[in-house]
Each structure stands twice: as structure tokens, then as C-alpha cells.
Design a protein around this ligand. Structure first.
Ligand SMILES: [Zn+2]
Length: 221
């Protein structure tokens, strides 16, 4: 009799532990996406891009910078969207800067967050070596200050989420080839077309911070 109750106790503990495991996985994943959607929608609605949230969450698959596979270095970022910038006249910061802990150009791999088509590739005075990818949602994903590009990428090519685009660098703020004017980082931006009643289309930026947080953690911490 005593032995039997011991077995039942074991079964009960196993069931209890599996229930906890199942529940925590459920609590971590599905609600993570829902909470992210709420945060992003709140932010993007103010900017007039609330209608893009669902598609952005569908097509955004990877954080735009790969982790260091040696595990030595890391990247980090904060929400400095909208902060002041002075190069090229007073303006606001239309994206998030993802910084490299070792400040070394050519170290971290930049990868496409989404599937999409390369719409722009090449030098910009502000963005340095940049690449712009149009996602299937119509959102435009902008990666700037690259040290170099992955081989054989050209305008009109289709890329997949997770495909390498190049290496993180410190190019820009001058004529083609200018380097070292600021710390090594990826400037990452998202733009959408605001359709005005006049039928003219205007490209506007939205804050990518919560989308980045979601891709990094699988939830908004
Ligand atoms: Zn920036």
C-alpha cells in the first residue's frame, strides 16, 4: 500500500512538472508575439503606420546583426529613435544604432531581417555603404554604414531573411569611401509610404525599436 502511494506521488510530480513546462513555453512564445504587436502598434499608430504592424511581424524573421559565433563580442542598442543629429544640418535620428562591443569594422555580419528585393545599394553621404530592401509588405528596410557588401548583391535581386548583406562598419559622413567618423555600428531604419489625399506618396520612418526587441528576445522584455 505504501509502495503504491509512492508511485502515484511520482506520477503526480511528473505531470505537474510537464504542465509547468508546457505552460511556460506557451506563456513565452504566443503571448510574446501578441504583446510585441500591442507595443509596436501603439508606437506605429502615432506615426500613421499602424496598418503595417501585422505584416511587419509576419515578415520580420531575424535580428539584423548575427551574434558573434566565438561568443566573445556582442552588440547592443538603445531606443535613440528621434534623437537629434547635426551632420548635414539639424535633423532627427530616423532609426536605431546597433553598436559593436569591439568597435571593429568588418567583424559582425549584417543579415536581412526579411525576405524582399534590393531596391538600393551603394554609397550615400549620410549612410555610407547602405542597402535598402523592400519587403513584400511594402515596408522599406534600410541598413547603413556597412564596411563591405556580401558578394554578388545587386539592385533587383531577391534576398531571403537571414541572408548576409555585408559587414557592420563605420562608413559615411563624407564622400565615397569615408570611414571612421563615428563608432562602428549598423544604422537600421524602417520606412513606409504615407499615402496622402493628394495621391503624392511620402516616405516616412517608423521606430524599429520594439520590433528589434521582439526579434532579439522573442518578446518585449
Ligand atoms: Zn543611426
Amino acid at each position: 500500500m505504501k509502495k503504491k502511494s509512492h508511485v502515484w506521488k511520482k506520477i503526480f510530480i511528473c505531470l505537474y512538472l510537464s504542465m509547468i513546462a508546457i505552460c511556460s513555453s506557451y506563456i513565452c512564445h504566443w503571448p510574446g508575439k501578441m504583446t510585441a504587436a500591442v507595443h509596436i502598434r501603439r508606437q506605429w499608430q502615432e506615426e500613421g503606420a499602424g496598418g503595417y504592424v501585422r505584416e511587419a511581424l509576419e515578415e520580420a524573421e531575424c535580428f539584423p546583426v548575427r551574434r558573434d559565433n566565438k561568443g566573445k563580442e556582442h552588440w547592443y542598442y538603445e531606443d535613440a529613435y528621434g534623437a537629434g543629429r547635426t551632420y548635414g544640418g539639424n535633423r532627427t535620428h530616423e532609426g536605431i544604432d546597433i553598436m559593436a562591443s569591439n568597435d571593429q569594422p568588418g567583424y559582425f555580419v549584417v543579415q536581412s531581417m526579411t525576405d524582399g528585393v534590393i531596391e538600393n545599394i551603394g554609397w550615400l553621404e549620410l549612410g555610407g555603404y547602405r542597402i535598402g530592401i523592400r519587403g513584400d509588405s511594402g515596408l522599406y528596410y534600410y541598413y547603413a554604414h556597412l564596411d563591405s557588401y556580401a558578394p554578388d548583391l545587386k539592385k533587383g535581386d531577391r534576398v531571403r531573411a537571414g541572408q548576409p548583406l555585408g559587414y557592420m562598419g563605420d562608413t559615411g559622413y563624407g564622400q565615397e569611401g569615408t570611414r571612421g567618423k563615428f563608432a562602428v555600428h549598423l544604422h537600421f531604419g524602417i520606412y513606409y509610404n504615407r499615402k496622402e489625399k493628394t495621391l503624392s506618396q511620402q516616405e516616412e520612418s517608423v521606430n524599429p525599436y520594439y520590433l528589434l526587441q521582439y526579434l532579439e528576445h522573442g518578446m518585449i522584455p
